[in-house]
Design a protein around this ligand. Structure first.
Ligand code: CAA
Length: 258
């Protein structure tokens, strides 16, 4: 299926959403974000889909929010239309796994969109940055908060105040990216990771996502209490019985998401 701004492909339970505005380096305009909102919604509702890959082109994941669309907007425009909040946050609030696959530029809103995913895989060509300061503004889709939690205050402040880019090696070293793969095999390597994620129990996957995400929102003791409650609750699932029995029987588990 090809929408105007996103190409959707589905294969073996994996849905790949490729941002597709090549002439604008996949700048994130309102139409594209509406399409992404719909794609994430459809993914969540479809039990046959078990992992989403969000990607761009080899030149750009996304070069940020669309500056040409933002340029004429006033304070009242963005406040009234609930700019960003209205159609960006679905990626962060999706209960099923989403992997960001970044090649080339992931700048401003592009970097922020990647950080809304569960984890980021990068090709050697990836370049991350929060250059909004060069436009006389700041990050506006969570960058000042998420980047700081990912890479710490000093480096986040450096990135946001200078507007510089970091390459794949630096972004892996600083914890923004979980793994870097060669340019040549990138999407094949990403697909292998997505398949590995898709083969687990969806209940355990969703609960694990909740736990890790909760660690950003609460204290250590509350987070551990939250983890313990969900961990205990998984002892009520068939997938827990299957997973542990399969280990003991030395066979591959067959999860039923029950
Ligand atoms: N919005 C709109 N159009 C963009 C864009 C953006 N964020 N980024 C690139 N484009 C467009 C360019 O205007 C150009 O279009 P034309 O051919 O019509 O002139 C086309 O994409 C190709 O771009 P360049 O010619 O600039 O390509 P380059 O290879 O020379 O440079 C780049 C690449 C360094 C990424 C450069 O395009 C750039 O600096 N882009 C802007 C990056 C940026 O500032 N991002 C932050 C946006 S603000 C934001 O995201 C707010 C937020 O937090 C939500």
């Amino acid at each position: 299926m090809s929408d105007k701004n996103i190409i959707i492909e589905k294969e073996n339970g994996i849905i790949t959403a490729s941002l597709n505005r090549p002439d604008a380096l996949n700048a994130l305009n309102d139409e594209l974000m509406d399409e992404l909102l719909t794609a994430v919604d459809n993914y969540e509702k479809d039990d046959s889909l078990r992992c989403m890959i969000l990607t761009g082109s080899s030149k750009a994941f996304a070069a940020g929010a669309d500056i040409k669309q933002m340029q004429p907007k006033s304070y009242m425009d963005v406040y009234k239309e609930d700019f960003i909040t209205r159609n960006w946050e679905s990626v962060a609030s999706c209960r099923k796994p989403i992997i960001a696959a970044v090649s080339g530029y992931a700048l401003g809103g592009g970097c922020e969109l990647a950080m809304m995913c569960d984890f980021i895989l990068a090709s050697e060509s990836a370049k991350f940055g929060q250059p909004e300061i060069n436009l006389g503004v700041s990050p506006g889709a969570g960058g000042s908060q998420r980047l700081t939690r990912f890479i710490g205050k000093s480096k986040a402040m450096d990135m946001c105040l200078t507007g510089r880019m970091m390459d794949a090696e630096e972004s892996e070293r600083s914890g923004l990216v979980s793994r870097v793969f060669p340019n040549e095999s990138f999407m094949k390597d990403v697909m292998e990771v997505a398949i590995a994620v898709s083969q687990k129990s969806m209940i355990a996957t969703m609960m694990t996502k909740e736990m890790v995400n909760r660690s950003y929102e609460t204290t250590l003791s509350e987070g551990i209490r939250f983890e313990r409650r969900l961990f205990h609750s998984m002892f009520a699932t068939e997938d827990k019985k299957e997973g542990m029995s399969a280990f003991i029987d030395k066979r591959k588990p067959e999860f039923k998401d029950k």
